[in-house]
Design a binder for this molecule. Sequence first.
Ligand SMILES: Nc1ncnc2c1ncn2[C@@H]1O[C@H](COP(=O)(O)OP(=O)(O)O)[C@@H](O)[C@H]1O
Ligand SMILES: [Mg+2]
Length: 260
Amino acid sequence: MGAVSLIDVSKRFTLRIDGREQIVQALDRISFTVDEGEIVALIGPSGCGKTTALRITMGLDQATGGRVVVDGRAVRGCGHDRGMVFQHAELLPWLTALENVEFGLEMKGLRGAELRRRATAALALVGLEESVARRPYQLSGGMQQRVGIARALAIDPGVLLMDEPFGALDAQTREGLQDELLGLHARTRKTILFVTHDLDEAVVLADRVVVMRAGRVQEIVAVPLPRPRGDLAAMRGTPAFAETRYRIWRGIHAMPATAQ
Ligand SMILES: Nc1ncnc2c1ncn2[C@@H]1O[C@H](COP(=O)(O)OP(=O)(O)O)[C@@H](O)[C@H]1O
Ligand SMILES: [Mg+2]
């Protein structure tokens, strides 16, 4: 479960500024696929439409053209076949880690022992079994992001959509979480669409990297690194890593700088 296709997806925002209409073409006929169990990274400069593409795939926003198909069905609104992880976990501060994860499951209609079991299992998947009773302020930034991932995992979606989930973290924590995400992917075989603006992160995680520029897909680069990726520190030093990173870098820098 979990094949995703974006087919000619466009998104136009109409803004009204000082009584005048302004059109923003956030996405201009983008197409790419994420195969079942694949990790695809979406990379590009700020403002190029990454979040918009993810939100449309999640069903939080509607495309103005084209369509998104998940497991053969056109996306119309949110569904439990997809889960989203945001840049900031935005946990409810008065709830514990466990209760934050349970909250999402309650929305799905789960109650009682099954609710607790599912939330506990999701937190265990991200290595937080010791911290279930902590409130957000008692968790580090990295741990809060892991609660955000557990919240998405708890509903057991085939597809995980992740919008720069490690972007606000320090480099060391980020690398630790990249490693954990790869482990999680190996165990669960989720389909993952991962937005980042970090070249290294894209190469470390992805099977393919979709390079975006100004609302368009510029290039799709395959990452010829084996899975499991193994020792990430050692992998970063390999010629294949450097070559792939350089190909993506060239794809990004062939672009003139955007106004944003
Ligand atoms: N709700 C919105 N209303 C108007 N314009 C928006 C809205 N959301 C995004 N945009 C615009 O769409 C473009 C793409 O934004 P976004 O998808 O957030 O880019 P990224 O995630 O790559 O930084 C930007 O020009 C942004 O200003
Ligand atoms: Mg964004």
